[in-house]
Design a protein around this ligand. Structure first.
Ligand SMILES: NC(=O)c1ccc[n+]([C@@H]2O[C@H](COP(=O)([O-])OP(=O)(O)OC[C@H]3O[C@@H](n4cnc5c(N)ncnc54)[C@H](OP(=O)(O)O)[C@@H]3O)[C@@H](O)[C@H]2O)c1
Length: 272
């Protein structure tokens, strides 16, 4: 059986690929740019663009398990091609699907709900890895400037992957919608302190006003939609953002990785 991983060059997808390989599964990795994929040698790299569903037909040959992302490109726009992708997967003989949903559902979840493929939905509120956005100002100025300081149950990319892998290779996960969280709800300020401990350096935390935050995102080149989304999230995160759930341990049998672990794994990115 071959498992096709979409988003295989992304933060979560790389972890899914590595964990499937470690379990001895046959993995095919989808990317729009095979030459730049940098994936393990045992992984078959296949070209495909989720916005052009027919381009996936060769990659889906012989595939029984499929991990799907729901974004259409680097701007995080929602995929519109769910019905065609689901139809192609069903035709190819896929029996198990895991889906990493974005904040809002899109045509992918809609098509899966309307069809009869066994699928498992993974939702996460916030990835630990978003803290890499702070790397430059930490390295250069020893400071993090952020908007909003509410606790978030940030989750390690390897734990999201572990839940996806369980859904792809084990029985009993079809029809489940898993909200995957980390083991603690930490404010950004607390996360900054944890990164400081990992790199052995004190890092200041400065809370931005909404106007300052908007200006900083504009300067960084963010589009209007992304700015509105980020402002809404910073000012008024959903209640679910701070709720710690036992999903990782229940599904994988091991506790979720802590932010301290994530910070020590990524400490080099924060060192000058
Ligand atoms: N960051 C968060 O806090 C958070 C929270 C909840 C949910 N999420 C969701 O998690 C997902 C992001 O996962 P990630 O961080 O692992 O990804 P990522 O690191 O941003 O990488 C994006 C991946 O998507 C692939 N991709 C993008 N457009 C594609 C297209 N048209 N056709 C084929 N592949 C395409 C890219 O592949 P190539 O470039 O190689 O083609 C790449 O592997 C998003 O759906 C996001 O909404 C994020």
């Amino acid at each position: 059986m071959t498992i096709l991983v979409t988003g295989a060059t992304g933060t979560v997808g790389r972890q899914i690929v590595a964990q499937l390989v470690a379990r001895g599964e046959r993995v095919r990795a989808l990317t729009r740019n095979p030459a730049a994929a940098r994936l393990p040698g045992s992984v078959e790299v296949a070209y495909g663009d989720l916005t052009a569903p027919q381009s996936l037909a060769p990659a889906l040959e012989g595939v029984t398990g499929l991990h799907l992302i729901t974004v259409a490109g680097d701007d995080q726009a929602a995929l519109q091609t769910g019905p065609q992708l689901v139809e192609l997967a069903a035709k190819a003989g896929v029996t198990r699907v895991s889906v990493l949903s974005s904040w809002d559902e899109c045509s992918v979840e809609e098509a899966l709900r309307a069809g009869d493929l066994g699928w498992t939905q993974l939702r996460c509120v916030e990835f630990m890895t978003n803290a890499l956005e702070w790397a430059e100002s930490i390295r250069e100025e020893g400071v993090v400037r952020a908007f909003g300081n509410r606790p978030g149950a940030v989750v390690h990319e390897a734990d999201i992957a572990a839940v996806a892998v369980a859904a792809l290779v084990e029985e009993g996960h079809a029809g489940q919608a898993y909200l995957v969280t980390g083991p603690e709800a930490l404010t950004p300020e607390r996360r900054v302190r944890v990164i400081g401990e990992a790199v052995g350096r004190e890092i200041r935390f400065e809370e931005l006003s909404e106007a300052q935050y908007r200006a900083s995102m504009e300067a960084w080149g963010a589009g209007e939609e992304l700015i509105e989304f980020a402002v809404r999230l910073g000012a008024n995160p959903p209640d679910a953002a701070s709720v710690v759930l036992p999903t990782v341990e229940q599904v994988t049998g091991r506790p979720g990785r802590t932010f301290a672990q994530w910070a020590s794994e990524h400490a080099a990115a924060f060192r000058p």
